[in-house]
Design a protein around this ligand. Structure first.
Ligand SMILES: O=C(O)c1ccccc1NCC(=O)[C@H](O)[C@H](O)COP(=O)(O)O
Length: 201
């Protein structure tokens, strides 16, 4: 989310969480002022996730001091020791190429509140709009996990059926332009997943 109005509409549609990207290399980057406005505007029952890519600990702490984030999401090459130092639950994003990536992540980020499985696209960390082979996903994992990567109103139901995901994370699939959400697409996505009873970010 980069705009208060998009975050409010998502909250109205019933999402469980919204994400704010503090990675300057993203088209969806938000500065501290934007982030504060969005985080303060959303209702208290919507989890505000702050997303970082290979930031320094000082950068993460600076954001935490100024923006009320509930959860941190690390989308780069951060190790578990780095991720667990901030007194916030954390999500570790994994760019999936094969089942070994998933098994290694589950063995490494044991204290993550969730693992997020995303598409692996060379030279990009996330928000790619690309799907990956959902058959690689585990039937059972001793950790909550989130399906991500190229999800949109058209493929979301099939993705959930095939992957058995209990939570999904969607970005470009509900946008009209990078960082600008499309209200109709968000509505269509939520309608498509209605009935699955899962978490949406
Ligand atoms: O969205 C970005 O611009 C981004 C850039 C760098 C790292 C992560 C980024 N997004 C993180 C997300 O959690 C996205 O929702 C996820 O990658 C899925 O994106 P999409 O395939 O566009 O739905």
């Amino acid at each position: 989310m980069t705009r208060v109005e998009d975050a409010l509409q998502a909250a109205q549609l019933g999402v469980d969480a919204i994400g704010l990207i503090f990675f300057a290399g993203s088209k969806r980057y938000v500065n501290l002022e934007q982030a504060q406005a969005i985080a303060r505007a959303v209702p208290p029952f919507v989890t505000v996730v702050g997303l970082f890519v290979n930031a320094s600990a000082a950068e993460v702490k600076e954001v935490l001091a100024q923006v009320p984030l509930n959860v941190l999401q690390f989308h780069g090459d951060e190790d578990a020791e780095f991720c667990r130092q901030f007194q916030r639950p954390y999500i570790k994003a994994i760019r999936v190429r094969n089942t070994v990536d998933i098994e290694a992540a589950a063995a490494t980020y044991t204290d993550a509140c969730a693992l997020l499985f995303d598409a692996a696209v060379a030279g990009q960390y996330g928000g790619t709009g690309q799907t990956f082979d959902w058959r690689l996903l585990p039937r059972q994992l001793n950790q909550p996990w989130i399906l991500s990567g190229g999800l949109n109103p058209e493929n979301i139901a099939s993705a959930i059926r095939q992957s058995h995901a209990q939570a999904v994370d969607v970005s470009s699939g509900v946008e009209m332009a990078a960082g600008i959400k499309d209200g109709e697409k968000m509505q269509a996505l939520m309608a498509a997943i209605n009935g699955f009873g899962l978490s949406v970010d």
